[in-house]
Design a binder for this molecule. Structure first.
Ligand code: NAP
Ligand code: ZN
Ligand code: ZN
Length: 347
């Protein structure tokens, strides 16, 4: 085992601080890499505050992890020392159930192993995430990273990227579709980039009018301030798809009203509190309310390759490790442009 430096929340709501823990030795199928950058996802914030329940403390968050390989196991074929590598939200699954066999490891029937706060099959205890110096994972759950893109802007693709790419691909969103993205944060800005790259006409629905200029730069064709009732009303029945990335409670019925006949609203944002949905919001217009969870390993690699080919990256603000509590505060206030990424050299 290797003693590894990390940054952890030791109880709900407490500031993060130094935390040393063990990583396993490199097994025959394992890849070990030094973490260079780690993105900061709103899911990290939900979990350090135990807003979804089930957080095991201390928790080392971080599931947008990129770095350089230091050691590989004897049977590893995809990686060698010195390669770039990435880990997203998953580090293992049963690999045997129908969903795993379809490359939908995120829906593993036997419970996928999340990068942090999951049961650690190797060492006991729980898994620890990317706010740390190094990580060891089975090569089946390690992604190949192109050296064409600035590495720090690639980290957020491992969660924010795949979480928005996957539903857009699943529902075959593209040319001729009118798509709205709700919430311009980490996920939202990637949804805008992908939807416009796939050829859709994109509208940004935001509570922050000061983000309009950026939204257009990111690829949105239109912008509406959801705090202004007239702007919302004017969008009735407009969209084929809505990607909802909002992290806090909001009224889904207001957005369902903006769907066209047979439209689909896809929730990727995961507010900790339940919402009331009126059946009437769906009945008129035969509308669907759907959800989507990250993406499987094959699709995550496909997304990374697509980004390398089409020069798609995350717009980031690089921060020091000890800025993390301030970053979380700003995230809560919607002040993220558009993903915080931690420079792990500062840990
Ligand atoms: P983020 O960067 O904080 O962005 C969320 C955005 O939502 C904010 O910037 C803000 O945008 C908008 N917003 C916040 N509070 C709002 C409110 N009360 N009403 C309306 N809009 C509000 O968060 P993120 O990292 O993108 O994550 C977003 C959500 O997705 C989180 O709940 C996270 O846990 C979840 N998530 C889900 C998956 C999945 O697999 N499904 C994966 C990753 C994350 P505006 O300023 O533009 O309004
Ligand atoms: Zn995430
Ligand atoms: Zn499985």
């Amino acid at each position: 085992m290797t003693l590894t430096k990390g940054y952890a929340a030791k109880s709900a709501g407490e500031a993060l601080s130094n935390f040393n823990f063990q990583r396993r030795e490199v097994g025959s199928h394992d890849v070990q890499f030094d973490i260079l950058y780690c993105g900061v996802c709103h899911s990290d914030l939900h979990q350090i505050r135990n807003e979804w329940g089930g957080t095991n403390f201390p928790v080392v968050p971080g599931h947008e992890i990129v770095g350089r390989v230091t050691k590989v196991g004897t049977l590893v074929t995809k990686f060698k020392q010195g390669d770039l590598a990435g880990v997203g939200c998953l580090v293992d699954s049963c690999r045997d159930c129908d969903n795993c066999k379809k490359g939908l490891e995120q829906f593993c029937r036997n419970g996928a192993t999340s990068t942090y706060n999951s049961k650690d099959k190797h060492l006991g205890g729980v898994t620890y995430g990317g706010y740390s110096k190094q990580i060891v994972a089975d090569e089946a759950f390690v992604l190949k990273i192109s050296d064409k893109l600035p590495l720090e802007t690639v980290a957020p693709l491992l969660c924010a990227g795949i979480t928005t790419y996957s539903p857009l691909r699943h529902w075959k969103v593209g040319k001729g579709h009118k798509v709205a993205v709700v919430g311009l944060g980490g996920l939202g800005h990637m949804a805008v980039k992908f939807a416009s790259s796939f050829g859709a006409e994109v509208t940004m629905l935001s509570t922050s009018p000061d983000k309009e200029k950026d939204a257009r730069k990111l690829g949105a064709h239109h912008f509406a301030n959801t705090k202004i009732t007239e702007q919302i009303k004017a969008l009735a029945s407009k969209f084929d798809f809505i990607i909802d990335t909002v992290s806090a409670q909001h009224n889904y019925n207001d957005y369902l009203a903006m769907l066209n006949t047979d439209g689909v609203m896809i929730c990727v944002g995961a507010p900790p509190t339940p919402s009331q949905i009126m059946a009437f919001s769906l009945i008129g217009g035969r509308k669907s309310l759907a959800g989507s969870l990250i993406g499987g390993l094959p699709e995550t690699q496909e997304m990374l390759d697509y980004c390398a080919e089409h020069n798609i990256t995350s717009d980031i603000e690089l921060i020091r490790m000890d800025y993390i509590d301030k970053a979380f505060e700003r995230m809560l206030a919607g002040d993220v442009k558009y993903r915080f990424v931690i420079d792990m050299a500062t840990l």
